[in-house]
Ligand binder design. Structure first.
Ligand code: SF4
Ligand code: SF4
Length: 169
């Protein structure tokens, strides 16, 4: 597995190839079969992976809260919901997005300060165990530039589909 600090650089070297592979999947993959392949890789690769040594997602994306997730986290931080929103949130398209990046709840040891009440957007990332991946290939592709596990998933899928890799720099 590639080191978390090297994912971006590795992605930049094969960005065009990854876009081409995304287009290939879009045109050739079977929806259900692709879901099974992603799920299998997700379970296999995350099984023994310690996300606390990485946390690229916490550094690169903004956590996003649903309305009903604001109460629990505000209470956990001993704040009113209103104060939590003023201090930490910018509202975008009906979602409540954290207004800072990297995430202000990311601890130095890689832990999450609000672990017990972090939003589903954090729990579910990178969504590779969810159905209908064929329709989310763009966001998965974006994750290949951030998440070492998703980067590896894409590489293994290229092998499974016997996708011809381009000349790499
Ligand atoms: S989900 Fe991916 S990007 Fe996030 S911490 Fe785990 S390995 Fe890193
Ligand atoms: S809330 Fe926790 S899991 Fe979510 S981005 Fe912040 S540190 Fe990471």
């Amino acid at each position: 597995m590639i080191e978390p600090s090297k994912v971006k650089e590795a992605f930049n070297r094969i960005e065009a190839e990854n876009y081409a592979f995304r287009a290939y999947l879009k045109n050739h993959a079977n929806e259900d079969e692709l879901d099974e392949q992603f799920l299998k890789l997700h379970n296999e690769l995350f099984l023994n992976y310690d996300c606390s040594i990485c946390r690229n997602c916490c550094k690169e994306y903004s956590a996003s809260f649903k309305e009903d997730e604001l109460g629990p986290v505000s209470a956990f931080l001993k704040m009113t919901e209103k104060d939590f929103i003023v201090k930490y949130i910018k509202e975008e398209f009906g979602d409540y997005q954290l207004n800072v990046k990297p995430c202000c709840f990311l601890k130095e040891d890689g832990g999450c300060e609000i672990e017990t009440c972090k939003p589903n957007s954090c729990r579910d990332y990178p969504y590779t165990d969810k159905p209908e991946r064929l329709f989310s290939l763009l966001s998965i592709l974006d994750s290949t530039s951030i998440c070492p596990v998703v980067f590896e998933m894409f590489e293994r899928l290229k092998d499974e589909y016997r996708f011809k890799r381009r000349n790499r720099r």
